[in-house]
Each structure stands twice: as structure tokens, then as C-alpha cells.
Design a protein around this ligand. Structure first.
Ligand SMILES: [Zn+2]
Length: 330
């Protein structure tokens, strides 16, 4: 992993590169920020760079060819230790085993880099055990704690770490990453980017989630014929989403994207900007006036807000669709 492989986290990477340049690598970092934005990749890039035998000091690039780089890429570098939760937590035994490896002298005076993923899942005992080591740092040892829930880490741990913040990614960065990773899913990338809200891992989950893909097709089929449906049919369709908050949320988001696309077709005609690229023909054939489309988008937004306030998912879906139908048939 190279720093140049990570997109959209220039500020975090700049801080680390300055530290490398000034030979002021901290003994403990806390990489904090949302899921799926590049924290782990950045930790791995730093670990590989610090242990590379021939790094390029101007571009902060590891050579990629030395034994350490080859082992780093394959995940077998003995001086780079990665700890993940065991089930729902990181337990004291895991930390003890980890620390026993840290006390071994590192090979060829390299850096020992210990990456603790989801560090907020450490049990209290595990955190206390780690704290003792953080309080007495050894040379050439770097701890990198990674978390999406910084508020759930003990203050004692926080005070021992230099915090580096990671941010949500812009849609263009997500789109770029997905196009490189999944060129064969081109037609879905716009949609998934819009739903991902700045996180590559959310986008990847959406691409992998067949349930959402199936529900999307069913939902869009329904929206296309909504104006012909009887209210009883709409209510009947909504029954399946009783208490299914997760899917209703996904469907309300999809509905907003659908009607937003319809609005774009109606007003700008710029087809390349549409999220639902695989539904161009039906979107073009939608005959709903812009004023009505704006009203419908408002219904979906209200539905989302009510869902957050824990109203019944099925009921929200019914109301949104019945109001949408009324707006369609004006
Ligand atoms: Zn190297």
C-alpha cells in the first residue's frame, strides 16, 4: 500500500508525511473518522514506508521491491502487526499476546508498527493493559489505533495518542475508486455513489447487496405504474415492509433518487448526470410536471425524517406512496 493509493485524505497524509520528513513519528496515533474512508489503508501505507529498505524520500513512496515491501504487500511482514476484534470486542488476552510480540526486538532495527482496528471495541481491561505500554513507549515502535467511534475510547487512551482525523469522501472520489475497482458495474456506480454518503465500504456493501438490488427493481417497477394503482393495492404492497426500518430507509432514499432523476430529465435534459443510468428510458417517459416532482421529493424527505423519529416504517411507506400517487395524478 502506498500513500498515493489513498484518495481524498490529503490532509491526514500530509500530517504523516511531515512527521516522516521531520523524523517526529509519534509513538501512538489515533486515526479517527467514518467507516470506509481509508484509515486502514493509510496505516498500512505508513507501516510499509517506515520499514522499506529504499524509500523515495521526496515522494514518500516505498520501493515495492525490497523484502520488507514484498512482505508488507502480502501481509506477512513480521514487524507490522494487525489486531482485529475477536467477535464483538478486543479482549485483554489479545492485547497481552500482541504486547509480547512488541517486546521482541524488531528485525534489522526496523519500525514495529502495531495497528489496532476498531480500537473502541477494546474491553476496559484490554484498554488498561494497552495503556501501560502507551505510557512507556519504546523506540521505533508505533501504535496506530483506528476507530469510527472516537467518543467510545477512554480519555486515558486518547490523551496518549496523536489524533489524525479522516473525513467522508466526495462523490467524485468515490466514483473514481469504484470505477477502478468495479469497471464491470459501470451502470450502477452512479446510484451506489449517491447512496454511499461518502464511504467506500458502504458503496461496496451496496454493490454486494442483492436484497437491495432486488428491492430496487421491484420499487421502481411500482413507481412507474403508481398512477394506475388503486390505494388498496399500494397499501397491500407496503405490508411486506412492516417494521423493516432498514429497507424502508433504503427505499425512501431510492425513491428520492428516482424522482430527482425525473426532475433532471424534465428540466435540464442532461442525461449523463442521472444516478439511475440503467433506467433512462422509463425516466424519460415519466409524465410528471416539475412542480409535482418537487412536491413528491418533499414527501420522501418528510418520510425519512419520520423514520428517524421511529414512526412505523410500513405506515410511513404507505403515506409517502399514497401522497405521491395523488401528486402524480393531478
Ligand atoms: Zn521497500
Amino acid at each position: 500500500m502506498q500513500f498515493s493509493d489513498i484518495q481524498g485524505q490529503e490532509k491526514a497524509i500530509h500530517i504523516l508525511q511531515c512527521a516522516i520528513q521531520n523524523r517526529h513519528i509519534a509513538h501512538a496515533y489515533l486515526f479517527a473518522g467514518p467507516e470506509g474512508v481509508g484509515k486502514k489503508q493509510t496505516a498500512l501505507a505508513l507501516a510499509q514506508y517506515l520499514n522499506c529498505a529504499a524509500p523515495d524520500l521526496n515522494t514518500f513512496t516505498s520501493c515495492g521491491n525490497c523484502p520488507s515491501c514484498i512482505q508488507s504487500v502480502s501481509g506477512s511482514q513480521p514487524d507490522i502487526l494487525m489486531l482485529e476484534p475477536d467477535g464483538a470486542s478486543i479482549k485483554i488476552e489479545q492485547i497481552r499476546t500482541l504486547l509480547s510480540k512488541v517486546s521482541l526486538r524488531s528485525y534489522e532495527n526496523a519500525y514495529k508498527v502495531i495497528i489496532i482496528n476498531d480500537a473502541h471495541l477494546m474491553t476496559e481491561q484490554a484498554a488498561n493493559c494497552l495503556l501501560k505500554t502507551l505510557e512507556e513507549p519504546t523506540d521505533n515502535t508505533v501504535f496506530i489505533l483506528i476507530t469510527a467511534q472516537v467518543q467510545n475510547l477512554p480519555v486515558t487512551i486518547l490523551s496518549r495518542c496523536q489524533q489524525i482525523s479522516f473525513h467522508l469522501l466526495s462523490p467524485s472520489v468515490i466514483q473514481d475508486i469504484l470505477q477502478k475497482l468495479h469497471p464491470e458495474r459501470q451502470s450502477q456506480i452512479g446510484l451506489v455513489t449517491a447512496l454511499a454518503k461518502g464511504s467506500v465500504s458502504t458503496a461496496e456493501n451496496l454493490l454486494a447487496n442483492e436484497e437491495i438490488a432486488g428491492a430496487r427493481q421491484e420499487f421502481y417497477d411500482l413507481l412507474m405504474k403508481l398512477h394506475q394503482m388503486r390505494p388498496a393495492q399500494i397499501i397491500g404492497w407496503c405490508e411486506q415492509w412492516d417494521k423493516n426500518k432498514k429497507m424502508v430507509k433504503a427505499l425512501l432514499e431510492l425513491g428520492q433518487l428516482w424522482y430527482h432523476d425525473a426532475l433532471m430529465v424534465n428540466t435540464s435534459g442532461q442525461m449523463t448526470l442521472l444516478v439511475n443510468q440503467d433506467y433512462l428510458a422509463p425516466l424519460k417517459s415519466q409524465k410528471i410536471a416539475p412542480q409535482q416532482l418537487l412536491q413528491i421529493l418533499q414527501y420522501f424527505q418528510t418520510g425519512m425524517a419520520q423514520l428517524e423519529n421511529n414512526a412505523s416504517p410500513r405506515l410511513i411507506m404507505e403515506i409517502v406512496l399514497l401522497k405521491t400517487q395523488a401528486a402524480c395524478t393531478v
